[in-house]
Ligand binder design. Sequence first.
Ligand SMILES: C=CC1=C(C)c2cc3[nH]c(cc4nc(cc5[nH]c(cc1n2)c(C)c5CCC(=O)O)C(CCC(=O)O)=C4C)c(C)c3C=C
Ligand SMILES: [Fe+2]
Length: 448
Amino acid sequence: MREQDADGTGPRGGTGPEGGSAPEDAPRRGFSRRSLFGLAGAGVVVGAAAGGAVGRATAPDNSAMAGTVPFRGAHQAGIVTAAQDRMHFVAFDVITDSREKLVSLLKTWTSMAERMSQGLQATQDGATGSGEYSPPDDTGEALGLDPSQLTITIGFGPGLFAGAPVTPAEGEGRFGIAARKPAALEQMPRFMLDALDPARSEGDLCIQACANDPQVAVHAVRNLARVGFGVVAVRWSQLGFGRTSSTSTGQETPRNLFGFKDGTRNIKAEDTDAVDRFIWVDGADDQPWMAGGSYLVARRIRMRIEPWDRTTLHEQERVFGRDKGSGAPLGQDDEFDPLDLQSKGPNGLLIDEDAHVRLASAEQNGGIRILRRGYNFTDGSDGLGHLDAGLFFIAYCRDPQKQFVPLQDALSRNDLLNEYISHVGSAVFAVPPGVSSGDDYWGSGLFA
Ligand SMILES: C=CC1=C(C)c2cc3[nH]c(cc4nc(cc5[nH]c(cc1n2)c(C)c5CCC(=O)O)C(CCC(=O)O)=C4C)c(C)c3C=C
Ligand SMILES: [Fe+2]
């Protein structure tokens, strides 16, 4: 992150705020301590892969640190963007009833998010430019760090549309937008075995910051939260340290904390038919302001790693229906071999009737698919001698009621995985389309 940009228009050599900049266009940053480590890390991964050893699928290489992801476009970044290695997710309560203050914050956030995605400080004055007698405009912990493919994605929760109006307004609700609430934006129903903690659930707004450097993601969330003082309050937040799915065919499939490859049959950005069909909202679906947007479902899923670690390999593979080493469907050889749900061995179905992949498959669910973009987490201890570890599951879909809800309903009833997991947090957000040119801002269509 550069200390200050000279003209406020974007990074040197970049394509400006409209086009964003591709990784190749990113500003050259010299050899900081961090980028030397990045190069060394890349070397190790390449070397290991060439030797046939098991490398770290999610290790960031130098280009992953230096690159920027375009902020503007028809869709927000951070959805079909190749999943970065780190995440900081935060849900906010809006604590004002002033529509004007909320809109003003959304405009400020848009400008800051665009700058930070470009590897710039949150504002032009930054950490040191607003004089000795004012609090710095940027908190400073990302100074000297690379952009790290930071993406910042915003979502609007159901609560934003609700509440009694303070002053009579067009569409009712506390911000006059109740009539614009999409039908798809309903809180999740209660699923079987849900053990939800209200303090880790719901929220009026969310920010998903993903990057290949954890400090870059945390810096982004922290600075947005900082300027939201008096308008928003942090309700809950979650750090994620390793992606649990691939969203691009160019990415190696990572592993979750149960040690299994996760994301093999995820929707990939290159499959544009599936992306259009299952992720992006169409203008005719419901509320026109959501055209080009999507819906985000977040589930904090605790994974009982201690009993899992005492379970035999055979049982672990039966639970998922896949081979632990290769990731292949049981009965097949390679990770990407087709899932044959009918194939039988001497003891019956090779993929158990209640195996996770069977119950979650499109074949078993009327063709439904979702985009998975989750992260591993460990958050200290549960106070009972266990690690509080799990998967912060993030799904993007065109209509959560028609995609996530039936899928999770089926899983919650019969999934063999249920013995080892527990859903402890839940939230849903409408993710508006991307920001276009000029003065456009996050949610402009909703507040127009
Ligand atoms: C409601 C949706 C899903 C939840 C919740 C969920 C939790 C969950 N999943 C794993 C690990 C794996 N999931 C895999 C596949 C898979 N999972 C879902 C959906 C949910 N998972 C889908 C739609 C699929 C794809 C099914 C298919 O079509 O084959 C896999 C296998 C590899 C892969 O394809 O990704 C693993 C492994 C965990 C650990 C977990 C909760 C903690
Ligand atoms: Fe899954």
